[in-house]
Design a protein around this ligand. Structure first.
Ligand SMILES: C[S@@+](CC[C@H](N)C(=O)[O-])C[C@H]1O[C@@H](n2cnc3c(N)ncnc32)[C@H](O)[C@@H]1O
Length: 228
């Protein structure tokens, strides 16, 4: 594996098969939103193995923050952009009793169901508008690996401030590279969307940290917010 960071939207062929094309396809800006989710539907079967082959540690990083901030295992939490439910293994191990999974890919959610870790499955596409979820539903929300090119728009966090109860925690685990390389997030655009909600008194930043070895040699950026 090269120690050089991979170029924008292009990961190297680590295992000499077509894994990179499966991953790179979901990043490509040439793909429509509908096709991207359809791609996740098709990819769901081998997603877990492919991501592991890249050394994806997002779920393990998320677990560290769940242990730290989601301390009431009987509270209601949302895995927002849960995909195939890689986090589910840990949710089960840690004994959470009411963790919901939301994703736009129905096939990925089917796989998440097989983990027998989540209590509710919400097939919904995240936009900058309102989700079909009641205000103040959740005690916490985790979003792992979804601030990725072509996936979530920065302002989608507006609704997260609505569906999570005051005092609840929202944390985001993402690849640091997209903060500078993804045009929708770069030049501080993603941080500005987060800061806007701080300025509006909707949430406060609890901590911003980095973890290495997130994906290939990339670094993870973790943002933790407390809803006001
Ligand atoms: C890279 S995967 C991460 C999945 C999971 N959190 C993990 O750590 O493995 C991104 C997920 O986001 C979902 N997704 C992308 N854009 C979305 C959107 N706008 N609304 C809902 N889900 C979306 C995809 O279907 C996919 O399952």
């Amino acid at each position: 594996m090269s120690s050089e960071p991979a170029p924008y939207g292009q990961y190297e062929d680590i295992n000499a098969d077509n894994r990179p094309s499966r991953f790179n396809k979901c990043l490509a800006d040439s793909i429509s939103t509908t096709d991207r989710i359809a791609h996740y539907d098709t990819w769901a079967k081998t997603y877990d193995e492919d991501m592991r082959s890249y050394g994806f540690t997002g779920p393990e990083i998320a677990v560290e923050y769940m242990k730290r901030y989601f301390t009431n295992t009987n509270a209601k939490y949302l895995d927002c952009g849960a995909g195939t439910g890689l986090l589910g293994v840990h949710i089960k191990e840690l004994g959470y009793t009411d963790f919901h999974a939301l994703d736009a890919s129905s096939v990925a959610l089917e796989k998440a169901k097989s983990r027998q870790a989540y209590t509710k499955f919400i097939e919904e596409f995240i936009t900058t508008g309102k989700l079909g979820i009641e205000t103040d539903t959740y005690d916490g929300l985790v979003c792992c690996g979804c601030f990725v090119p072509g996936h979530l728009e920065p302002d989608c966090v507006e609704d997260w401030c609505r569906i999570v109860k005051p005092g609840g925690i929202v944390f985001i685990v993402m690849n640091q590279r997209w903060l500078s390389q993804e045009p929708a997030y770069n030049e501080g655009k993603l941080e500005a969307a987060f800061q806007k909600r701080v300025d509006e008194g909707k949430w406060e930043l609890v901590v911003r940290e980095q973890r290495d070895k997130y994906f290939t040699n990339d670094v993870a950026e973790v943002f933790v917010f407390k809803i006001k």
